[in-house]
Write a protein that binds this ligand. Structure first.
Ligand SMILES: [Zn+2]
Ligand SMILES: [Zn+2]
Length: 171
């Protein structure tokens, strides 16, 4: 099994590298960064000033067996009927997408906190990857598969899988 991270649009190399190391440290499998696509405009919905998550997700074609792909975007994502989503996953194709947009303190008018930002991004990526492995939301609020309704939930949980979820990840 290998995990591929793809920047969608402009994401700093340092951020991609840091996320790659962190995700590799949790899954203990090779993680690669490959070029994504930068044309996000196809998914932009002007009425909402947001990007339709499922549309971007569908553009991430799964290329190989035994691979999981996560697109990393720095735009605000939504799906119909929800104000926003932190990310979305498709178990069938083994692909996921995560937005960095609402993970920064600056988004809420607070002082930047790079360490916190990277921690949040790691949790969201690991969570969506968990879905690509067939995991559902976990009732344990410390487990990375716990559903984050808000960033407070994200900050409370840990970046790894609980003892119930971990064995379900077959690498
Ligand atoms: Zn989820
Ligand atoms: Zn769990």
């Amino acid at each position: 099994m290998k995990i591929t991270l793809k920047p969608l649009g402009n994401i700093a190399d340092e951020i991609m590298e840091e996320l790659k190391d962190r995700v590799g440290g949790i899954f203990h499998c090779p993680v690669e960064i490959k070029a994504g696509f930068s044309d996000l405009a196809q998914a932009y919905t002007s009425e909402r000033k947001q990007y339709f998550s499922s549309k971007l997700l569908a553009s991430l074609k799964k290329s190989e067996r035994d691979e999981r792909i996560v697109g990393i975007a720095d735009v605000d994502l939504y799906v119909p009927r929800l104000n926003f989503v932190f990310g979305e996953a498709d178990m069938v194709s083994g692909t996921a997408i995560v937005s960095l947009c609402r993970l920064r303190q600056e988004y809420y008018g607070l002082a930047p906190d790079e360490a916190l930002f990277l921690e949040r991004a790691t949790k969201e990526i690991v969570h969506e990857l968990g879905h690509t492995f067939g995991l559902r939301h976990c009732p344990n609020n410390k487990c990375v598969m716990h559903f984050s309704n808000s960033l407070a939930d994200t900050d409370f949980k840990e970046a790894h899988f609980c003892t119930k979820c971990r064995p379900k990840i077959i690498l």
